[in-house]
Structures are given as C-alpha cells and as structure tokens.
Design a protein. Sequence first.
Length: 603
Amino acid sequence: MADIIHLLPDSVANQIAAGEVIQRPASVVKELLENALDAGATEIVLIIKEAGKTLIQVVDNGKGMSSTDARLCFEKHATSKINSAEDLFALNTMGFRGEALASIAAIAQVELKSRQAENELGTLIEIEGSEVISQSSCQHKTGTSILVKNLFFNVPARRNFLKSNTAEIRHIIDEFQRVALVSPDVSYTFYNNGQILFQLKSSNLKQRIAGIFGSNYNERLVPLEESSEHVVIRGFIGKPEFAKKTRGEQFFFANNRFIKHSYFHHAVVNTFQELIPENAIPSYFIFIDVDPKTIDVNIHPTKVEVNFLDKRLIYAFLGSSIKKALAQHNLTPTLDFETEPSFHFDFPADRPIRPPQIKLSPDYNPFERESKSPAFQKEKDPNLEHWEKIYVDQTPENLFPKHSETTHFTTSFDEDAIKKDIVQSGLKYIITSVKSGLMVINQQLAHERILFEEYFERFQKGKNPSQHLLFPIQLHFSVTDGEIIKQLLPDLKNIGFNLEPLNQQNFVANGTPTEVSESQIQTILEQIIENFKSVKEFDQDRNIYFAKSMARQLAIKTGQRLKSEEMALLIDRLFACQVPDKSPGGQAILRIIGLEELDHKFL
C-alpha cells in the first residue's frame, strides 16, 4: 500500500497557522504594533482603510532590519527572541514565536520597507500569499514600514466571515488601546480612512489613560501601587461613582502584556461590590508584575490568556491592594465613632446616681376580665362584642379570590380585593392570593416586561415620540463606544434620541424619548452600547435590544414602595402582556406557592 502521509507545502502550513494567529484585521494590527515596540520604536503611526480589510500600515522609528533579517522575518518560526526552550520562561518582549509575519504574508499582499541607522539604503520586499515577488534596495528613514493589503484575498471564505466595518474597527481600536496603554512613553498616531482617530504624545500612564478615554479621567482615577516578595500591583482604578454599565475599560497586564483573566476580574468586582450599583462595572488599568518563571504566556495563540503559578496569592493581594487604595482616598464607607453631640448630656457633679424604679400596682390581677388598676380600666367597646361577625367564612373559595387561578390568568380585580389581597413584601415582591395558594410577583421584572412590550410595539410601528430639550446635554463616550453610537444614530432617532456628534467621543443630545429624563440619557445609551457589544446578531433585531435597554432603566426598582392601587394596576398590565411569566432577560417574573406547600411549612 502506498504511503499517504506527506509534508504540507509552506504556503499551506502558513495559511493554517494564520487561521489561529490572524483571526481578523485587528489581529494584524496587534502583531505589527507589538513588533514595532520590540524594535525599540518611540514613534508609531497606524493607518487603516475600510476597517483594515483594504489596508493596514504600521510605520515606526525603531532600529530597523538588515536585508537578510528583512527577508528571514517572513519565514515560519524565525525569531530573534528565543534560542532554547528555557527562554520561554524569561520573556520580556511581545512577540517571540515567529509566526505573525509568516501568517500575515500567507493571506495578504505585504510590502516591507526597513533601514538600519548605519546603512545608507533600506530594503524593500514584496510578498503575496507567502510568495516573494521582489526584493530590492530603497530609500527609507530609519525604522520599518509594513503595509498589508487585501487581507484574506486568497482565502475568500475567511473574508466572508468578517463582520461589518463598524464591528471590525471596534476590534482594531481595542487592540490599539491595549498596546498604547502598555507603552505610554511611545507616541502614537492612528489614522482611520484619512482621519486622525487618536494622536497620543509620550506621557505617563495616567495621562495616557486620559488621552485615550478623555481628559475627564484625570479626576476619575485612583492610583494603585503595592508590592510584595512575589508580585507587584500597580496602575489605576476608577472611582466607584464613575462605574458604568458598559464594558471596555477593564485592563489587566501581566509583565506589560495584555491578558484576559476572569479570576482576577472577580477579585476587582468583588471589592467594589457594595460601592457600585447593580450590573455596573468599575474601570481598572492594572499591571501585574511577577517573575517570568512563574507565568506561562504560551498557552494561547494570541497570548491573551496566561497561567500563573500563584494565582490564588495574586487574587488575595489584588483585592487587598484595591481596598487599601480606596480607603486611602476616602472612597469606602466608614464608621464614625465620634460621639454625636445631640446625645451628650451634662449631669451635675453632686447629683446622686439612682437606679431606675418601676411602680407596680398590688391590686392588678391579669386573670380578671376587668382590671382593678385605674390605668387599665376602660369601657367596653361595643364594636368588639360580636367580633366573630367581622370575619368572613374561612373556606378557600372565600379566602382566595376567584380572579387569580393558576391555570388561567385574568386581569379583573375589584376594589375590595385590591385592598385585602395584595400586599408588598420587602419592597421587592407583590403577593396576592389565588385559588390554589399565593402568587408572588417580582415588581421590577414585571414592570420590565410591561415596558418592553410597549416599547417594542411602538418601535416596530415607526417613530417614537420625542421631546426637545430646552438646554442640550453633552454626552461623553470612549472612542469605541462613540463609533457604536455613530452607527446607531438613525435607529436612535427612530426611538426618540436626537443626537449630534461633535467628535469621536462627544455627542450633544437635543431630544429624548418622552419617558426619559435628562439624568437617564447617558445610562440608557450605555445599556444600549453594552447590548450591542454582547449580542453577535444585534443587526437583525435592534428594536428588541433598544426596548430591553429602556425597559431595564425605566422600570420601577427593588426598594420602591407601591400603593395598593399601583400594585393592582401593575398586575393588570402584566397579565395583558403576551409573555407575563418571563422578563425580557428570561428570568421568572412570578411564582405560585400552593396550599400544600404552605401547609407543609407548618408541620
């Protein structure tokens, strides 16, 4: 039988590797920016067109490459970072495996220009689909320029799976921000379709954060710096009052490399738990420095997931460091043990101290119908002589109204039933009687369902009523969130938000839906942005997510006291909904506790 195993051609092997390393245009941006940093660049320019699908170019002023290195860097596993397996556990650079440029060249048209300071001429190399088209000398300044055109031109299936330009540019911005944060001493200029998106000067970390996310972040950040024998924690955390509903301002860096770590994220969120609203997420920019031997950065193709040898120790140290930072800046609730002046009493020094005394009546007999003590003598209340007539027959049919059966929900409640059979418990639940037991309704989730169906029906029909603001309100978002808002502007106008962009991050609200107050505008838009980020098929049913966002924000909240009439109206409107038992988020709105279950509680 003939042999069937053979070695793949380099071009095919590189395309397979590209599937792991280069997932989208943002992956190219990440690899090229990291290579520029490893080359010692102090100035980096990023140029993209059509969300990187047409062109990605990175120009740096690093040390450049010789003509031999320029040709060799496109070979698979060609690297200057490691020589042995032991070097994997002593890495201080970004790229090291030598797969990035080979993978990029396998699925794009690449042009590289590079020159070292000691050379008069640089090197120009053109590659298309792993095949070297030409190599020659050229004029070029010190440093390297890599131009990547027509990404996935020879892998059309991969190109078809790319998202919209807005989604892809958002991923590119995310990668750019991660690299820019880890190198604040490097200046960056980011061009998107000929317009400057970012222009960042060399600065310190706090100024870099403000340069990326807005100048108002200078007042929102709390410094974080703690060290021990095994780990150093440094960076900044956001003040609790500025926590947002949207993700995107949460950054971990391990030895100056961006990582994703849900375990450490839990440590941060858990520390902020009692300081921020529910579902809000604090901002943090945290650098974790450990011995390279205690961290494995080679467990994921894109190197965003890492293993720590002492992750439990780091978890505890991280939480305590954040608590200390918040306490030092008076951002945690404290107990004041000072004596309240209103409770201070002055007693004369010569006044004798006597124990309190209770006067007892020797004539009082608790077993007699009428007390002989004058303090308890009272005339009989004629209304209580026949007390048994006050109560109705205690059969289940009379105790539990017929309007709320477990199998058929109706919406008719008479006024007497409202007053007798509907109560609020814990400022969270509405409890009413049904024939088979008790119905318990979550008031917030019920109102969310009601508002969601009302808004969704209204949005589907057309424009939502909008109110013009007497004084326009300026709104601020990150660049990534600003791009999302720009994409959603027509849809937001359809539901009543009249927004006008000022630049990449700032917008002016001239009008809002009639139900939305000025203080709720930013929060609702942040909720819409968060839905956009978390839902892959957002483009198909935008009105659903708009309605969800507004319903969640405008619904009555846990802790709000309701009158009997308000609770009855809420129940009426709930059972008029198409899906009265599930919230827009899929949570159960109501539960019925049967009589048998209640009886069991008393056994």
